[in-house]
Design a protein around this ligand. Sequence first.
Ligand SMILES: Nc1ncnc2c1ncn2[C@@H]1O[C@H](COP(=O)(O)OP(=O)(O)O)[C@@H](O)[C@H]1O
Ligand SMILES: [Mg+2]
Length: 232
Amino acid sequence: MYIKITDISKSYGTKENRNQVLSRVSMELEEGKICVILGASGSGKSTLLHLIGALETADSGQIQIGGQEITKMPEEKLSDYRRDFLGFVFQFYNLVQDLTVQENIEVCRYLTEDSLDLEELLRVLGLSKHRDKFPAQLSGGQQQRCSLARALVKNPKLLLCDEPTGALDSKTAGELLILLEQINQQYKTTIFIVTHNEEIRKMAHKIIYLKDGMISKTETCEHPASAASLCL
Ligand SMILES: Nc1ncnc2c1ncn2[C@@H]1O[C@H](COP(=O)(O)OP(=O)(O)O)[C@@H](O)[C@H]1O
Ligand SMILES: [Mg+2]
């Protein structure tokens, strides 16, 4: 999905005690590309991702996704947008603890008529033999793969990942990034990866550097490095 963000601003708090988190952020991303958003803690990375995912609303500015202006959509249409187009992966997985691996994924599969094959997804993500376990019985890497499977089962056009490797050791992080790269190549999924690990920028077509809520630098790369070559 083609993405165009124009002059987005976002603040929290009251008039007297305002925290300006994003200031006039503009960027574009072509369909099927990987964009890495880099920045120190508190620079506004998660907020930007939440705005793209319509989990929060901007104070001003426009966000166009696949030709649709989401900043003007009523809540009902926003739910459709999130359901039909988006997958989310969070740093701390956000799995439902009372559901097994398979059930966590199935909850999302029923949201779409055009889901990916569950068996194949379990196999590709190395979860087949863990399908009946609960999240607490899994390692961090396995939980993050489950969270990725849950996001992907809908075959979303847009995948938003907030520090997806933040809680993983470097080997497991590398494996997860290789999976994201495979998904991008196989399904032409547009992917945002928020991180503070500079090495991950090497696998991106576009790199956005956020500093104090503003874009301080943008880079593009026609032929990014393979995820397998990263030194995490
Ligand atoms: N829901 C919220 N309410 C109030 N302040 C928030 C909220 N979410 C984020 N912030 C503030 O916005 C700033 C940027 O946060 P965030 O986007 O999470 O940064 P990052 O992901 O880069 O660490 C921080 O100062 C944070 O405290
Ligand atoms: Mg964050």
